[in-house]
Design a protein around this ligand. Structure first.
Ligand code: NAP
Length: 283
């Protein structure tokens, strides 16, 4: 079998066109959705991420504010900026780019963001809402994975999904979203014994580890759907995922590439969350 690609760029274009249309409709009601992005320090990868987020706002017609602060910014000063943005009625989503410098408690900063503007979905209130099935913002990367499954018409009910990785931003919320769609979910991590025995039982595998070749063809049941969240560099310095794409594509039914898979979906879902935050004002 040669798997079909789930094209994150194509799906993103489609979803962002829908976002743009809804932004236009909201503007006609006097509301321009606004995203504030705070970057502290000069981490090169973070600079690329925030630029892409601001550009996505511009492309979809949203208002955006990019605040750049030196790495010497104190925690109290950052908390004061978050508080000001919580009060700012032109801002519907606040994102503090991680990682933060070591002298700042990232969790404290995330908890300072108003849950109503927590478009990254990292606030403890957002995590609780996801866990209990209440309305709230879903973390963008696993939310994007769910949209990818939806785009291929995949019915999760009764299927066995294996999530590799249990971080608060990807693995755990991913597992909860799959569970909410009535999949039977197994969560694997660095202490998991015999990962292959578990992945071989899976109808859906989400790899979110951050290590190359965590999932190889011999670990995949024929016909499984494979989503690759990982972002790594290969020996030539090129971006690659956690999945041995060339091997696994011959076994899976559907697979996401890296690049061009889950990556673009993350920013797209950030746009969706920011738009929905603004839409709640007129709902
Ligand atoms: P993380 O916080 O480092 O978590 C990695 C997880 O993988 C941990 O739960 C760890 O287990 C588990 N793990 C490590 N080695 C393992 C192994 N050999 N077998 C099974 N599980 C193992 O990373 P993250 O933030 O979730 O990100 C994961 C990857 O996704 C990274 O490559 C990151 O760059 C990428 N990512 C991509 C996007 C995107 O937009 N495409 C967004 C976010 C993240 P323990 O808990 O036991 O340590």
């Amino acid at each position: 079998m040669t798997a079909q690609l789930i094209d994150g760029n194509a799906l993103s274009r489609q979803l962002r066109a829908n976002v743009s249309a809804r932004v236009t409709a909201l503007k006609a009601k006097g509301i321009t959705p606004g995203l504030a992005v705070i970057l502290v320090g000069d981490n090169p990868a973070s600079q690329v991420y925030v630029r892409n987020k601001v550009k996505a706002c511009e492309d979809t017609g949203m208002h955006s504010v990019l605040e750049r602060w030196p790495a010497t910014l104190s925690e109290a000063e950052l908390l004061a900026r978050v508080d000001a943005l919580n009060q700012d009625t032109t801002i519907h989503g606040i994102l503090v780019q991680l990682p933060l410098p070591a002298h700042i408690d990232a969790q404290k900063v995330i908890e300072a963001i108003s849950p109503a503007k927590d478009v990254d979905g990292f606030h403890i209130a957002s995590a609780g809402a996801l866990m209990t099935g209440m309305p709230g913002f879903w973390p963008c990367t696993p939310y994007g994975c769910m949209k990818m499954l939806e785009s291929i018409g995949y019915e999760l009910k009764g299927k066995h999904a294996v999530v590799i990785g249990r971080s608060n931003i990807v693995g755990k919320p991913m597992a909860l979203m799959l569970l909410q769609q009535n999949a039977t979910v197994t969560i694997c991590h660095s202490s998991t014994q015999d990962l292959k025995a578990l992945t071989l039982q899976a109808d859906v595998i989400v790899a979110a580890v951050g290590k190359r070749n965590v999932l190889t063809a011999d670990m995949v049941k024929p016909g499984a759907v494979v989503l690759d969240v990982g972002m790594n560099r290969n020996d030539e310095g090129k971006l690659c995922g956690d999945v041995d794409f060339d091997g696994v594509k011959d076994v899976a039914s559907w697979i996401t590439p890296v690049p061009g898979g889950v990556g673009p979906m993350t920013i797209t879902m950030l746009m969706v969350n920011t738009l929905e935050s603004a839409e709640r004002l007129v709902a």
